[in-house]
Design a protein around this ligand. Sequence first.
Ligand code: AMP
Ligand code: ZN
Length: 455
Amino acid sequence: MSLRLHNSLTRRVDPFVPLDPACPTMYVCGPTVYNYVHIGNARPYVVFGVLADLLRRRHGAVRYVRNITDVDDKINNAAREQGVPIGAITERFAAAFRDDMAQLGAVAPDVEPEVTRHIPQIVAMIERLIAAGHAYAAEGHVLFSVASFEGYGRLSRRDPDEMLAGARVEVAPYKRDPGDFVLWKPSTDDLPGWDSPWGRGRPGWHIECSAMAEAHLGTTIDIHAGGVDLQFPHHENEIAQSECAHGGRIFARYWLHNGMLVFGGAKMSKSLGNIEKIHDLLQRHPPEALRYALLSAHYRQPLDWSAALVEQSVRTLDRLYGTLRDLHDAEAEATIPQAIEDTLDDDLNTPQVLAEIARIAGEARKAETPEDRRRLKSELLGAGLALGLLQQSPAAWFARGTDAGDDARIQALIDERAAAKKARDFARADAIREQLSSEGIVLEDTPQGVRWKRA
Ligand code: AMP
Ligand code: ZN
């Protein structure tokens, strides 16, 4: 079987056929960088990162773009409150975001465009929309005329009245229609702004994704993804802008939406205040357990976040890494089993892959012959690899970060090296010595056993 994805445009699970089989394209809406992001924000980047990896395996390449929103009124407010320049806020939190994502193993995008570096493209796209009669300037603003685009509402399948209610639109005297949305707005001197044909100002939120997707992926992209909370109005508006700027050509062929991460009975969101920042969670939990928890529900379903879910994920990983530790003498490379690829092909069924991983580990624990142990270890590592799990050494997993933990991790590696030598697995023993030496740990073989010190 080949990859099938749920497409919000058709409301069906459709076979995925990229425009260019040598390089599918994907755009995922990125974060607004004015604070640490919460664990709900990580869900799209973790699950669509699994998809980016899969596409790279299947097609040899993928072009994955994930933007950074560094122009936004929330950023302006944060800068004003803290009395620092806007750039200080955006640089700090963009770096924190990248660090959080790296720790969670979220696949990095191939291009990470920032809005502030795409103002000329944004202005040019707005000019095209005005020239084509889809947008109009009024009182320093430029607005998109929703009535000018017949396909408006196709993605979210809302009728115009519902759309207005859903968007809680601002009724403003300069709007021809209350549903019209802002492409450009004026900036006072104390706000970030750029010169434009409509005066000094800054872009509205939606236009940035249309302009950056065009700049980095062209007119039509294969996959556009993001949280289901963005479907309306953000994604609906992106479609309107891009298709009207491109003479009606289709903007994104497959729209993928992840369900919401729920915490304490409601969508985790900064406005409600029921958030857990990744930055804080990482102080208390191993990053891999957070990743495991994020992949434990199907991406389109809601995911009920709780301390119990994280604890359960830690225990499951303890069991899996325990199995790998018991298999230390079996030499095996990760090979992704076909059954795992088939399961991912079914609209990225990650919970089913996790069930498969548990099954393989169970079989591995019972395996007796060296061949079976090698095969099952290879499958276990491979199945983990498909989800970005189980790729550290068992010793590193059991050490868990802290100083005392680091000593324990080093000791565990030394014990593993001794066991490897005893089993005449000199390659593994040497690899461990090399790993430790690269961390500045020196080993001394003494008659009393191995001693270690930090160089
Ligand atoms: P934002 O910075 O709010 O635009 O969010 C960045 C990404 O996180 C978007 O793709 C949102 O759809 C997604 N997102 C925000 N909150 C949640 C949540 N509670 N669960 C899942 N995804 C979310
Ligand atoms: Zn977007």
